[in-house]
Write a protein that binds this ligand. Structure first.
Ligand SMILES: [Zn+2]
Ligand SMILES: [Zn+2]
Length: 324
């Protein structure tokens, strides 16, 4: 649809999503992502309750459990509902304007014509967005400014199913709408992007944060599992900027050599020199304060990105052990 103004695009995006939520609850079913997300919450909670633990801390009594639940409500029912669709539609509006100014019209290639099957299109969307997320996640770890926001997710010292939503809202309201742009070139509207994204957003991430002691064997090389994702949250790793960035498919980490799954040690969760506050509000304000500090005293900022000392020490310790 062509909108007259950014404000109109924003409000139409918002209304489309509100209509979609109403439709979902009037027509409940497994095929409906907004119904299926409640099943994901319940299923992953039960998995964590019933299966042996990967790391020994209580399910509900662990540090951060209630904060994580607050994040689930905030991200899934405030940010996703009032924000994602509306902001993505606004990005669509501006992108079309910029392309029009350059004498081009979107889409450049329409996958709806090339691939008439919805299933095949969804599959391709899944593969492309999984790579886009891998790359965006890599940048979140590599670019110091972005790391100040992403650090909120990594400051967690315990993980559980709900930890997957423990993010700064900026990641959802800036990066996810911006990630629509390559899909816009391929003929996906903002509304279609948001709908597909919601399906994928719940596919594995709640599961990959579950504190369960399961061995996945070869599946670790196909999908992201708690085994591989706990290493992403770990500080005893031999890499300065982190490992296992993928959201669903392990292939990106295997291709770009960021895959890490040691057999002879256990992950220690968290980040070195953690200065992220424990409270939700403190965490919302943290990146802005950190970025302000970056500007005023860049020298202090050297260690702010994924900090290498701990892992180097660990490596030295390991080398010593092997030497013995
Ligand atoms: Zn990360
Ligand atoms: Zn995570």
């Amino acid at each position: 649809m062509d909108y007259q103004s950014a404000a109109q695009a924003f409000s139409e995006g918002f209304n489309t999503y509100v209509d979609y939520v109403k439709y979902s609850f009037d027509n409940p079913g497994f095929r409906n992502p907004l119904i299926y997300l409640f099943l994901v919450y319940i299923a992953t909670f039960l998995l964590e309750s019933l299966l042996p633990k990967k790391i020994n801390y209580p399910l509900v009594g662990r540090k951060g459990f209630w904060t994580d639940l607050l994040y689930v409500v905030f991200i899934d029912f405030v940010i996703m509902v009032i924000g994602l669709a509306a902001v993505t539609t606004t990005v669509e509006f501006f992108t079309k304007k910029i392309f029009a100014a350059a004498g081009m019209t979107l889409p450049l290639v329409d996958l709806h014509t090339l691939l008439p099957s919805t299933f095949v299109r969804f599959l391709l969307f899944f593969i492309i967005i999984d790579f886009t997320q891998w790359f965006a996640h890599y940048l979140l770890h590599r670019v110091n400014f972005l790391w100040q926001f992403h650090k909120i997710h990594h400051a967690q010292e315990t993980l559980g199913f709900a930890s997957t939503r423990h993010f700064h809202w900026g990641e959802y309201l800036v990066l996810k709408p911006a990630a629509w742009i390559p899909f816009g070139l391929l003929g996906f509207s903002a509304a279609e992007y948001v709908l597909y994204y919601i399906w994928i957003a719940y596919f594995l991430t709640f599961f990959s944060h579950c504190n369960v002691n399961l061995k996945f064997g070869f599946l670790n090389y196909i999908f992201i599992t708690p085994e591989t994702h706990f290493w992403h949250h770990s500080r005893n790793i031999p890499a300065q900027y982190g490992v296992n960035y993928a959201s669903s498919l392990a292939i990106w980490d295997l291709i770009f050599r960021t895959y890490y799954l040691p057999k002879d040690k256990e992950p220690i969760l968290g980040i070195p020199d953690n200065d992220v506050p424990d409270t939700f509000l403190g965490q919302m304000g943290y990146p802005f304060k950190a970025v302000f500090k970056m500007k005023s005293s860049p020298a202090q900022n050297k260690d702010a990105a994924y900090q290498p000392q701990q892992s180097r020490q660990d490596r030295r310790r390991e080398q010593k052990k092997k030497g013995k």
